[in-house]
Every structure is written in C-alpha cells, then in structure tokens.
Design a protein around this ligand. Structure first.
Ligand SMILES: [Zn+2]
Length: 260
C-alpha cells in the first residue's frame, strides 16, 4: 500500500461518499479514520460557515449599535455646543439645519434654554456652503425678527395706552433710561434728538436746566439716541431698531418698554 494508492482511494471515497470496493481490508482500515476525520472536518466547516452567517446579523447589529452610539454622542455634543453659545448671547435666535431624522433626536437632547431660542429648523444638502446656509436661514431669521418686533410693539402700544410700563417720545424715554427703568429701548431707524446730560451723574433729559438730582447745570448734546442706548445697555436693557413697523412715528420715533 503506497501513499499514492491510499491518496487515490481517499480521493475516490471523498468523491463518491463510500470506500471503493477494490480497497483491501487493510486499506479500508486505513481509510475509515481518515474519512471520519474528513467528515468531521466538513462538519466543522459547515458549522463555522453557519455560525458565520448566523453571526453576520449579530455583527451588523453590533456595528449599527456602535454607529447609533456615535451619532447620539455627536448630537449630545452639538446640543451642548449650541447651549454654550446660546447662554453667552443676550437674546439669541437659533436656526438648526439638519435632516428630519436628526431633528427628532436633537430635539430630545437639546436643553430647554436652547430649545426656547430655536426660531426655526430647516434642511440642506450635506455639504452646503456658508453662503447657501445663509440664504436658507435668512428668511427664517427675518420672519422671527418681524414676529418679535410685532410682539414688542404690541406690548408698547398696550402699555402706552394704559399709561404704564411704556415710555413714548424723547422726554419720557431719556428719563426712563437714566432711571434704569428701560427693559427694551425701541427706536425707528434714523431717529435721533438733542438731549441734555448732567456732567455729574450722567442723567439725561429732553430739556436743559439743572439736574433734578444734584443741581448741576446740564450740558446740551446732539446724540440723544446714543446716550439713551448707553444708559439702557448699562442698566441691562436691550435695544431694538424698529424696521418693519411705523408705530413709533407719532412718538418722535422713540419709545421704551419699562420695568416699572
Ligand atoms: Zn445729575
């Protein structure tokens, strides 16, 4: 029994599935354990193969979970970044550009402080340029600004009508700004007026004479708006240039929402 003879018998046995009939009992005795091993080899291979194909979905699912975890982490970072910026701004307006799917997930992790600053959501091509994003978001921002302006002027009209928490015209507005009462200074684009300022305490008024607080002679200035803006901002108020409404016209182009 040469190795070649055994190989040939083995080959035929593997092809046919049975030990060739011309094999001697001695050869048969050699072949049986080899074929058994081959069988278990084939069985192992089949098992490995079936495990591999069974584990494909498992691997894919694991990969999918990994991706989802990365996306969730990324969205959390984005949300935190938005919130950090929002908290630094006095009255921020946020427009978020994302896919519809991302929007739902991002809304879930966006802190309330930032959620209230969001004035719009929109979608864009994945690699949209800064200019394209600006074109896309500008109308949303304009609309949000117009809405806010409408609300501010409604509050101002109501307040002025009742004679509370609203200043109309330069005299009232300059005085309120000096008293730290202005919550929001409203002015029409281009509005300005002369004003008198006390050199001692900085108090503003629309007419000259002595400062009512310290008796110092006030000085005439021609930049009443700048002075009013200064006083307003210095006392934590905000300033709003009215561009889409003409309500301030009868009030010399200036007014204010007051804290009290
Ligand atoms: Zn003074």
């Amino acid at each position: 029994m040469t190795p070649e003879r055994l190989d040939s018998l083995l080959q035929r046995a593997l092809e046919t599935g049975t030990i060739p009939s011309d094999a001697t009992p001695e050869e048969r005795a050699e072949l049986v354990p080899v074929l058994g091993a081959a069988g278990s080899l084939r069985l192992n291979a089949a098992q490995v193969d079936s495990e591999a194909s069974a584990s494909m979905p498992t691997a894919r699912a694991r990969f999918q979970r990994h991706i989802e975890k990365l996306v969730a982490e990324h969205l959390k970072e984005v949300a935190e970044d938005i919130d950090r910026r929002v908290r630094r701004m006095p009255s921020p307006k946020v427009i978020i550009v994302s896919s519809e799917e991302t929007r739902a997930e991002l809304e879930d992790v966006l802190p309330a402080s930032s959620k209230s600053a969001v004035v719009g959501w929109t979608t864009a091509e994945a690699h949209a340029s800064a200019n394209e994003l600006l074109e896309l978001t500008s109308p949303i921002l304009d609309e949000a600004r117009a809405k806010e302006e409408t609300e501010l002027l409604e509050r101002w009209r109501e307040g002025a009508g009742r004679g509370e928490r609203a200043a109309s015209g330069w005299a009232e507005t300059l005085e309120a700004a000096s008293d730290a009462r202005v919550e929001a200074l409203l002015y029409e684009d281009g509005a300005d007026h002369e004003a008198w300022q006390c050199p001692a305490c900085g108090r503003l008024s629309a007419s000259g004479g002595r400062c009512p607080l310290d008796g110092t002679e006030t000085e005439q200035r021609d930049d009443g708006l700048d002075l009013a803006v200064h006083q307003t901002v210095a006392h934590g108020g905000t300033v709003w240039a009215v561009t889409a409404h003409s309500d301030l016209g009868p009030a010399e182009g200036v007014g204010a929402l007051l804290r009290y």
